[in-house]
Design a binder for this molecule. Sequence first.
Ligand code: ADP
Ligand code: MG
Length: 252
Amino acid sequence: MSLLQIENATLKFGGVVAVNDLSFSVEEGEVYAIVGPNGAGKSTVFNLISRFYQPHSGRFAIDGRDLLQCKPDEVADLGIARTFQNIELFDHATVLQNLLVGRHRHRRTTLIEELFFAPRVRQGERCHRAAVEEVIDFLDLQPYRDKMIAGLPYGIRKVVELGRALASGPRLLLLDEPASGLSVEETQDMRWWIDDIRKQMGITVLMVEHDMGLVSGVSDRVLALADGAKLAEGTPAEVQANPAVIEAYLGA
Ligand code: ADP
Ligand code: MG
């Protein structure tokens, strides 16, 4: 059984068909990339999986369980975590605090308690701290651990965003444009993080990405989307050589 299975998903916004009868599945342990021109529906697919958007039709299952029965906060309980195309962190909290918030789904405390370390939070704190410290070590974030997000360079915030998602201990990690805005060097680092997340942490990765170098370097399979529909699916080399994909990209 596939870890994530999407069948015949459709979502329209007014007259725009953002996702059009789309089917694909992601197998446990793979890195699966979605590519496509701007407006192809890539982020909408993530918003559907995260349950931020309700599809007009289609089936969504994780491990055979119906995702459409879940609310957005219950999706995290099923082991799905995501990053956002535009970084979504608490700017006036530290790296550590942001990662503890990412860990929140394992705790019976409020976000405010989490941020200000109310006494109630201290029970079980050590275990969660250890999990978060592990992510900080894994992503080489020790130098930034107690720094405010607002003062950090963009490339580091991007890694913290990844850490926030990892801190929840997901089985399936959704990365929306992990390399956007990154330098060539930072993109190379992101490639190693994604490789390690899959190989060392055993986490399945579904990512949306424009950088074909990153996509080819890290993905097992690629889905090319255009106008919300599947244009091609296969290995990075197969998809890049597909005439329909070349046409959609070059607008020929
Ligand atoms: P991509 O991430 O591939 O660039 P999106 O998924 O963001 O594309 O958008 C796909 C299409 O759906 C676009 O035409 C976009 O304008 C439209 N769309 C996405 N979200 C909304 C929304 N909340 N309301 C109206 N239209 C939307
Ligand atoms: Mg997008």
